[in-house]
Design a protein around this ligand. Structure first.
Ligand code: ATP
Ligand code: LTN
Length: 326
């Protein structure tokens, strides 16, 4: 029987952090067994906000290297801009997405506030390109963190409207959100999600952070003035740290609370740092190996693109035909 297909994407911007790992990458690794998987380094999404061209190229390799080092099969990874069909289908979908849908996207609202006067049309249109990514591959499931659910829903909506208007063309995808780690918050501000675009030093734990940096960041993480180590959402700082502990240790919430009964925050934070360091250790040591030869890494990405291009081209051809183009 044909395996169902999983598709997801990650932007080659900033430094990947434990939110990206727990909310997305780790889940992708596990899903490879059950699903035929395709993962995309979405460089066209990255340029929806200004990027330094000299940095972007290196970030594409770094992102791919982290995926490979985490246990993603290199054969299933490609770079978005290597396949023209993404931009082309995005344009076609653009002409089928009402402005009102895009106006409701919370990510746009947040990011456009940060960019102020430099908000480009591409940032507003970001969900159309993401819908194209997903719909080009007859995707069944889209494993993402909580923050991307709204975008996956927009992809479903546009696929449904397109199918109803022009005849069956696209498969309708489902989002898949992990149970633990779907939304890791900033260490310095547990009211905001941990994000690559925030560059304050104590905000995020990066996947390539050395052990001492991880210890320092966790010891300085914002908590409250209480003492007991318990999962209570009304105490966002300690709650976020506990969620991180839960995700890396695999222990249940009652077991974690029992373990730290009467021990206080400092003790808990020390132990959390060691759990995170140990959890990232295999990834960090493999990263050096898989990125040692950049030319080889580039060739793996080119091959990844060659493998999936026929699928994308077939889906694009059908969409164009349905609309009476060309
Ligand atoms: P940016 O802040 O620049 O938008 P990002 O940190 O959100 O970047 P992306 O490349 O947009 O990173 O996201 C890659 C994947 O990581 C997505 O599936 C996203 O849902 C997930 N993700 C991002 N941040 C978090 C977080 N704080 N907690 C859990 N999952 C996250
Ligand atoms: N918007 C996503 C990245 C992304 C994506 C996709 C995820 C681009 N295309 C297709 C899933 C499917 C993000 O910012 N994390």
């Amino acid at each position: 029987m044909k395996r169902r297909r999983a598709f997801s994407g990650i932007q080659p911007t900033g430094n990947l952090h434990i939110g990206n790992y727990l909310g997305a990458i780790r889940q992708w690794v596990a899903l490879q067994v059950e699903f035929e998987s395709i993962f995309c380094v979405v460089d066209l999404h990255a340029i929806t906000v200004p990027q330094d061209p000299r940095v972007l190229k290196g970030k594409i390799r770094e992102t791919a290297g982290i995926l490979f080092a985490s246990g993603i099969d290199p054969k299933t990874v490609f770079v978005q801009s290597h396949i023209c069909a993404h931009a082309e289908l995005a344009w076609i979908l653009n002409c089928n997405i009402p402005m009102g849908w895009l106006n409701r996207m919370t990510q746009f609202k947040e990011k456009s506030q940060r960019q102020r006067e430099r908000v480009m049309a591409g940032l507003f249109d970001y969900p159309a390109l993401m819908a194209a990514d997903i719909l080009l591959y007859e995707t069944d499931i889209v494993p993402v963190g909580e923050d991307q659910k709204q975008h996956v829903e927009l992809a479903r909506d546009v696929a449904q409207v397109f199918n109803a208007t022009y005849g069956l063309t696209f498969k309708i995808p489902e989002p898949l959100i992990p149970e633990a780690g779907a939304r890791i918050m900033g260490l310095d501000d547990p009211g905001k999600k941990m994000s690559k675009s925030e560059d304050r030093p104590g905000h995020a734990i990066y996947l390539l952070d050395p052990p001492d940096a991880i210890r320092a960041k966790i010891m300085h993480a914002t908590t409250d003035s209480l003492r007991d180590v318990r999962f209570e959402e009304s105490r966002p700082g300690i709650y976020n740290l506990l969620v991180i502990y839960e995700a890396f240790s695999g222990l249940s919430r009652p077991d974690i609370e029992a373990r730290f009964e009467g021990r206080g925050y400092a003790d808990f934070k020390r132990e959390l740092a060691e759990v995170v360091i140990a959890g990232l250790n295999p990834l960090q040591s493999r990263y050096q190996e898989v990125t040692a030869d950049p030319a080889f890494l580039d060739s793996q990405l080119a091959e990844g693109g060659n493998r999936v291009r026929p699928l994308a081209e077939k889906a694009l051809r059908l969409a164009k035909e349905r609309m009476g183009l060309g």
